[in-house]
Design a protein around this ligand. Structure first.
Ligand SMILES: N[C@@H](CCC[C@H](N)C(=O)O)C(=O)O
Length: 290
C-alpha cells in the first residue's frame, strides 16, 4: 500500500505521493489508473515528492541551486511527464509545509526542482506565489480547431517552462459553447504537443491598473481542467502582447475553478512571470498500486 494525499489549486487536482528517497518506480500505466476518476482515486495529475538527490533529473536542479532539496516529479493524468505545473507546485509546497518536510514562514521562499529548472515559491498569508522564470514566445501561430467553435482561429505559442497555445475568442458566448471533451487540433502541431487556452478579454480589459480575462483550458495529457496555472500565466502574457505597450503587468485570470494572479517583472536574465494563488489539501489515504 502507498500513502497519498489529495490536494488542489483552484480545482486543478493532484494525488501527492511522498517518496523522499526515490524508491517508487511509478509507471505511466500506474499513474493513469491512479488518476482515473472511475477506477482510481481521480485527479488531473500526480505529484511525486522526491529529494533532488534521489532522482536523476534532480542533479541539474542541485547544480542550479544547491538549496533545492525537493524535486516535483509531475505526471499528467495519462501518465505522461510534463516539465512544469503552476498549480501543482503551490500544492507541492503546501504539502511539504503541512507534512513537516520543509519549513517556510510567510514572506519567505523555497526553491523547488522541476524539469523546467528550479522555481522559487514564496509563501504569503493567502497562498503561494511561484516565479515561473523567463517566458518566451515559442514561435508560430498554429491554427486551432475545437468542437463548438464555428471557425478555425489562430493561436499564439508561449513557453513558460511548458508549451502553451493561447487563442483569443470573440465573446463569452463563444467561450461557453466550446466543447473540450476532445483535444483541440493544432496546425501545425507543436512537436511535443501543447496545452491550449481559450481566452476572452474582460470588459473593460483593465480595471484599476489590473488586466482581467476569463479563460478555459484543454491540458496536454489531461483534457479540460478547472484551472491550469502555467496556462493562466501564458494567457495573461498573450493578452498583454496583443494589447500592446500600454497594457499592465498585473493580471487577474478567471478560470472555471477560481481566480489566479499573474505578475510580469524584470529580472537579471530578462522578464519573468509569476503566478499566485491558493493551495489546499483535501484528504489522505492509502492505495494499492496495480
Ligand atoms: N495544470 C498544470 C500544467 C500541467 C502540465 C501540462 N498538462 C503539460 O503537459 O504541460 C498547471 O497548473 O500549470
Amino acid at each position: 500500500m502507498v500513502a497519498f494525499t489529495k490536494g488542489h489549486g483552484t480545482g486543478n487536482d493532484f494525488i501527492i505521493i511522498a517518496d523522499a528517497d526515490g524508491e517508487l518506480d511509478l509507471s505511466a500505466e500506474q499513474v493513469a489508473v491512479l488518476c482515473d476518476r472511475h477506477f482510481g482515486i481521480g485527479a488531473d495529475g500526480v505529484l511525486r515528492v522526491v529529494r533532488s538527490s534521489a532522482i536523476p533529473e534532480g542533479a541539474a536542479s542541485l547544480a542550479e541551486e544547491p538549496d533545492a532539496e525537493w524535486f516535483m516529479d509531475y505526471r499528467n493524468a495519462d501518465g505522461s511527464i510534463a516539465e512544469m505545473c503552476g498549480n501543482g507546485i503551490r500544492v507541492f509546497v503546501h504539502f511539504l509545509l503541512r507534512s513537516g518536510l520543509a519549513e517556510i514562514e510567510p514572506g519567505s521562499t523555497l526553491p523547488i526542482g522541476t524539469r523546467a529548472g528550479v522555481r522559487d515559491v514564496t509563501r504569503s498569508e493567502s497562498g503561494y506565489q511561484v516565479d515561473l522564470g523567463r517566458w518566451r514566445l515559442s514561435g508560430g501561430e498554429p491554427l486551432v480547431k475545437a468542437d463548438g467553435l464555428t471557425i478555425t482561429r489562430p493561436g499564439i505559442g508561449i513557453d513558460v517552462g511548458n508549451p502553451h497555445v493561447v487563442v483569443a475568442l470573440a465573446s463569452e458566448v463563444e467561450l461557453a459553447s466550446l466543447e473540450l471533451h476532445r483535444a483541440p487540433e493544432l496546425d501545425p502541431a507543436p512537436p511535443a504537443g501543447a496545452n491550449v487556452e481559450f481566452v476572452v478579454p474582460g470588459e473593460p480589459l483593465v480595471r484599476d491598473g489590473i488586466g482581467h480575462v476569463r479563460m478555459r483550458v484543454s491540458e496536454r495529457g489531461v483534457g479540460e481542467t478547472l484551472s491550469c496555472g502555467t496556462g493562466v500565466a501564458a494567457t495573461a502574457l498573450a493578452v498583454r502582447y496583443w494589447a500592446g505597450e500600454a497594457a499592465p503587468d498585473n493580471w487577474r485570470v478567471e478560470v472555471p475553478g477560481g481566480t489566479l494572479g499573474v505578475r510580469m517583472f524584470p529580472a537579471e536574465d530578462g522578464e519573468h512571470v509569476a503566478l499566485s494563488g491558493p493551495a489546499q489539501l483535501v484528504f489522505h489515504g492509502e492505495v494499492d498500486l496495480i
